[in-house]
Design a protein around this ligand. Structure first.
Ligand code: MN
Length: 147
């Protein structure tokens, strides 16, 4: 059910992206895809509720505290998308190149409808982060100090 929008946007005969057939576990992985589509952006994805909750972050996740980055929530992606990299063909949804910019695991600290706090353990991103919902699909991604 959660992946309906994901599947509706994609033609499995044309794109090598996963279809989401694997049964998802309850992992705590994250990935950041560098996606050179019509506009370069970074897709920040957290494994949560058996899918990858996803946000498009035009400027990428902040590396320093105090920097606010817009993060626009996009459709849930299947968990196996965590390993995906490659080229989405011209004319298809998200056409362009996708590469893994960072990946790792995370610990959730707080999850409320308007706020998700977590600690990332990735190669490039590590430490405390928070996603704050500001309205509609818009969130702000911030790096925060961990006590
Ligand atoms: Mn994208």
């Amino acid at each position: 059910m959660r992946l309906e929008e994901y599947r509706r946007k994609r033609d499995s005969r044309r794109t090598a992206e996963p279809q989401g057939e694997r049964k998802a576990g309850e992992g705590n992985c994250f990935v950041v895809h560098k996606h050179q589509a019509s506009h370069l952006h970074y897709d920040f994805r957290l494994e949560m509720d058996g899918v990858l909750k996803s946000w498009a972050v035009p400027k990428g996740a902040p590396l320093e505290t105090g920097v606010r980055r817009l993060a626009v929530q996009t459709e849930d992606h299947p968990v196996e998308y965590i390993d995906f990299s490659g080229t989405i063909p011209e004319g298809e949804y998200g056409a362009g190149t996708v590469e893994i910019w960072d990946s790792g695991t995370y610990d959730i600290e707080k999850r409320e409808p308007g706020e998700i706090s977590f600690v990332l353990r990735g190669g490039r991103l590590s430490g405390g982060y928070v996603l704050v919902h500001t309205g509609d699909k818009n969130w702000i991604l911030l790096k925060r100090k961990v006590k």
